[in-house]
Design a binder for this molecule. Structure first.
Ligand code: TYD
Ligand code: MG
Length: 451
């Protein structure tokens, strides 16, 4: 008999009854009803399955891991050095962001360098994908398009084709006939992923699943698969901007959450060579409310302009708008500035923007965000050759951050003449003159007097 259970479409949390808010991930209205297929009863008296053999760690470590280059420099770095054979990778992102384009580029490059790559397309026809392949210069005989949504049919074909890479676009369109639920539902997505995982592990072929992130929650999101897959990558970007950020949220084969930047061009995604220069291209130096932050994502330092605008509010509750930054972090910085630097934003609307459409979470951005706010509030600019980094604590103190020397080196390489940084990071040999900042109360000293 089939019973009904409820699943969170965002994280997969299971419940016997419908819940308004998911206790697992905190999402609202994410619960959907799913019939469950009853588990088969174990036959009594059956001999227990002989499990895997224990192996010495030294023996396991001796097996070399050969990684496959993807043809895209930044992507290889995000993966920790290329695709690991037998790994299951999830590429998550909002519709239209460029997931299919990125993976078609990868499949074409892999087909060219290593042999057959199968691109399973459940959303678009082979002709549509071929048009895109032509556009990105990816026409190659070993790039095989498989327009099929049945998971069993795909797996049967893969056994014959013996590919070096499989891309499944998307996991939400693939369907297993023996699962009693619609495509994209929690049970389908989970079991489809489990099947491809089995294929990847037993055949030693990397499989990349595309997972759409959607706000509606009518289809199951990639969060559901995070525990199952080896690597979770996400492709992010702002509508109206060409910049795309690729990062790994989870990586069983890499050590650091790396970031790679691409620009969406007429011929697909192209790596952004000098990301800092690219991000600072349109900067109007000497403007009040502008500060240049030195962020570090993974191992790559990145200079990015922070813009702040504090303007008199006509509303009872002034607005706080953050683009590219966590809005609760902005609220915290405003409260700290009010208490420890005596600058009030109570009757002002505050807008903060990371220029270029990039989204960053690094605490080392705090000091630049605060400096931009102080600059906008005073209507005085910061020195145009100044780069800034440091984390701000609740007591207004400026805390040291990781890899200060590398951040300073990047600022020097881009022609900046001075760095404002936490006092503790100012010790040691650095490539630029520094201004040490110990509390947020020191920030007004960075402002340039108007003449
Ligand atoms: P797509 O890869 O289809 O996004 P996703 O698979 O994440 O839904 O790409 C969507 C957008 O990218 C589409 O609006 C067209 C644009 N695009 C380019 O700008 N240049 C290109 O070379 C390609 C192939 C697409
Ligand atoms: Mg697509």
């Amino acid at each position: 008999m089939a019973e009904t259970v409820f699943f969170c479409t965002s994280c997969g949390h299971e419940s016997g009854k419908w819940l308004g808010q998911c206790p697992g991930c905190g999402e609202w209205n994410s619960f959907a009803e799913q019939p469950t297929t009853p588990k088969k009863k174990k036959k009594s008296g059956a001999t227990p399955r002989r499990g895997a053999q224990a192996v010495p760690v030294t023996e396991a470590a001796a097996a070399p891991v050969v990684r496959l280059g993807t043809g895209l420099a930044g992507l290889d770095r995000v993966l920790g050095g290329g695709l690991v054979p037998g790994s299951l990778v999830l590429l998550a992102g909002e519709p239209g962001i460029g997931k299919s384009t990125l993976l078609l580029q990868v499949a074409a490059a892999l087909a060219r360098d290593h042999g057959p790559a199968v691109y399973v397309t459940g959303e678009e026809s082979a002709e549509q994908v071929a048009l895109r392949a032509r556009r990105i210069d990816g026409l190659h005989d070993d790039l095989l398009l498989l327009p099929e949504t049945s998971c069993d049919a795909v797996l049967a074909q893969l056994e014959e084709l013996e590919p070096r890479l499989v891309v499944v676009d998307s996991v939400q369109t693939a369907i297993l006939d023996d699962v009693d639920a619609v495509a994209g539902s929690v049970s389908q997505v989970r079991q489809v992923a489990a099947r491809f995982q089995h294929f990847a592990k037993t055949r030693g072929v990397p499989v990349v699943l595309v997972g759409h992130v959607t706000k509606e929650g009518s289809i199951a999101g990639p969060k559901l698969l995070e525990h199952l897959v080896d690597v979770v990558m996400s492709l992010e970007g702002e509508p109206g901007h060409d910049l795309r950020a690729l990062r790994a949220g989870k990586n069983r084969y890499g050590t650091i959450a790396e970031l790679a930047l691409y620009s969406m061009t007429g011929r697909g995604l192209e790596p952004v060579q000098n990301a800092s220069a690219w991000l600072l291209e349109d900067r109007r130096s000497g403007a009040a409310g502008s500060a240049v932050a030195v962020a570090l994502e993974g191992t790559v330092p990145l200079l990015v302009e922070v813009q702040a605008l504090a303007a008199p509010s006509v509303l009872g509750t002034p607005r706080r708008v953050a683009h590219g930054l966590d809005s609760s972090r902005l609220a915290l910085l405003l409260a700290v500035l009010e208490r420890h630097a005596g600058i009030s934003f109570a009757d002002r609307d505050v807008f903060v923007n990371l220029v270029g459409g990039l989204s960053l979470r690094e605490p080392a951005l705090d000091l630049a965000v605060a400096a931009a706010l102080v600059s906008s509030s005073a209507d005085l600019p910061l020195a145009s050759e100044l780069a800034i980094f440091g984390e701000i604590g609740l007591l207004g103190e400026v805390r040291a951050v990781s890899r200060a020397a590398e951040r300073v080196r990047e600022a020097a390489a881009l022609g900046f003449g001075r760095v404002a940084l936490p006092t503790r990071d100012a010790n040691g040999k650095l490539e630029l003159p520094t201004t040490a900042i110990s509390t947020v109360a020191d920030l007004p000293s960075l402002l340039q007097p108007s003449d």
